[in-house]
Design a protein around this ligand. Structure first.
Ligand code: ADP
Length: 450
């Protein structure tokens, strides 16, 4: 096992990893920017190192600074959390060159899945169904027009290096294609420094269903069921649940086994998520995330498996002792992402939290790094807290979620709490009857203004 783990992240995920390390008895190091001196993860860790100014590029994304912090403190492993350096294959390699373990997948798998065109090719090779589209990147408008005609409009132009919903443009008709291509290319170039794009059929009413996997890097891999993340705004997840109201045991086992088998073949190491769109009983692979995800707690709540423990153990070279038959799903879990944003305009709302109260009681979990009097800095993402609720059934879970949402107090800034309170009262949500465009349609018809 590791002697000391450095957490190269901030906010709730840094706290989440610190909690796991504490329980495992592993000393911890927090790193932080000058904007995060008063952050909870800094107070909670055994040691802390300031690694630069507020801009993430100069601190949380600054590889030499993170490496220096490891050297100074003698950390022999780095947990990257999500975002920042978590899917940077070069960072994982550099750590390796310095005999520091990266708590994540092998660099070659990060690289492979980071290129969405290569990821799709790999999925096909491993027997995973994909969204119909171009076989590789599209270079010219003429070629794109030909492929779009073959797969049929509407089509989606996507960035090979994409992430966070950026570099994605819909073309409803042939007339819109050339515009969509140039906008997606420009956005991709600006965001990722790579303007490679590809085409996919644009699905009209799919659900976003993703499979959680865990592998030991030696050929043993299992799945931990699915998460339904169909409630999205601008391709960003807002609320997630497991199990998906759209799947039965048979469908879950079938897709889970397909994915687990592929991970065994890859000799995948660590946790990962294989993302699909699901429409009319069919799964279509879109991408794989080679890291822990924001929404991992819903899986933990229904499996009682600590995904961060498992991630640390397999990174340390321990064999994965869990077998597929050990994974038992019980009850239902829902997560609400509470962001520091206006609930109607979604304008960011950083600032000081004057009053804060976290909900409690049976089946209620609040993952957060804020406290009363804490100032949310304007430099990073707007996640304030994740409220995760578990119940024996989906009905019980929703009942408990309504109660828990009523208990939360975050005063002084605007948050998306009113949105979540509205959502849990909507008939379609109560019935589990929604798809990836549902939330945008709800907002467009003034669902939050009435
Ligand atoms: P990113 O890496 O930017 O998050 P993804 O490929 O994971 O991009 O897609 C994010 C979201 O965009 C999906 O959850 C879905 O809502 C939407 N999306 C992606 N591909 C398609 C598609 N072919 N048809 C319809 N919606 C899509």
């Amino acid at each position: 096992m590791f002697d000391k783990i450095l957490i190269a992240n901030r906010g709730e995920i840094a706290m989440r990893v610190l909690r796991a390390c504490k329980e495992l008895g592993i000393p911890t190091v927090a790193v932080h920017s000058t904007a995060d001196t008063d952050a909870m993860h800094v107070r909670f860790a055994d040691e802390s190192v300031c690694i630069g100014p507020p801009a993430a590029k100069e601190s949380y994304l600054n590889i030499p600074s993170v490496l220096a912090a490891c050297e100074i403190t003698g950390a022999d492993a780095v947990h990257p959390g999500y975002g920042f350096l978590s899917e940077n294959a070069r960072f994982a390699e550099i750590l390796g060159e310095h005999n520091i373990a990266f708590i994540g997948p092998k660099p070659e798998h990060i690289r492979l899945m980071g290129d969405k065109i290569e990821a799709k090719r790999t999925a096909v090779r491993l027997g995973i169904p994909v969204v119909p589209g171009s076989d590789g990147g599209v270079t010219s408008d003429v070629e794109a027009a030909k492929i779009a005609k073959e797969i049929g409009f509407p089509v989606l132009v996507k960035a090979a290096a994409g992430g966070g919903g950026r570099g994605m443009k819909v073309a409803l008709t042939a007339d819109e294609l050339s515009n969509a291509l140039s906008t997606a290319r420009a956005e991709a170039k600006a965001a990722f420094g790579d303007d490679a794009v590809y085409l996919e059929k644009y699905l009209q009413k799919p659900r976003h269903i993703e499979i959680q996997v865990l592998g030991d890097g030696k050929g043993h891999a299992i799945h931990l069921g699915e998460r339904d993340c169909s409630l999205q705004r601008r391709h960003q997840k807002v609320l997630e649940e497991s199990p998906s109201p759209a799947l039965n045991t048979e469908a879950r086992d079938a897709i889970g086994e397909t994915v687990a088998k592929a991970m065994r073949e890859l000799k995948y190491l660590g946790v990962g998520t294989v993302e699909f769109l699901y429409e009319e009983g069919k799964f279509y692979f879109i991408e794989m995330n080679t890291r822990i995800q924001v929404e991992h707690p819903v899986t933990e709540m229904i499996t009682d498996i600590d995904l961060i423990f498992e991630q640390i153990r397999v990174a340390a070279g321990d064999p994965l002792t869990l077998k597929q038959s050990d994974i038992k799903f019980h009850g239902h879990a829902i997560e609400c992402r509470i962001n520091a944003e206006n609930p109607v305009s979604f304008r960011p709302s950083p600032g000081r939290i004057m009053h804060y109260h976290a909900p409690g009681g049976l089946g209620v979990r609040m993952d957060s790094a804020v406290y009363q009097g804490y100032s949310i800095p304007p430099y990073y993402d707007s996640l304030v807290a994740k409220l995760i609720v578990h119940g024996k059934t989906r009905t019980e879970c929703l009942m408990r979620l309504r109660r828990a949402l009523d208990e939360v107090v975050v005063d002084g800034i605007e948050t998306t709490l009113p949105l979540h309170r509205a959502l849990v009262g909507e008939k379609d949500i109560i019935d589990g009857n929604y798809h990836i465009h549902w939330l945008e349609q709800f907002l467009a018809r003034g669902g939050m203004e009435n």
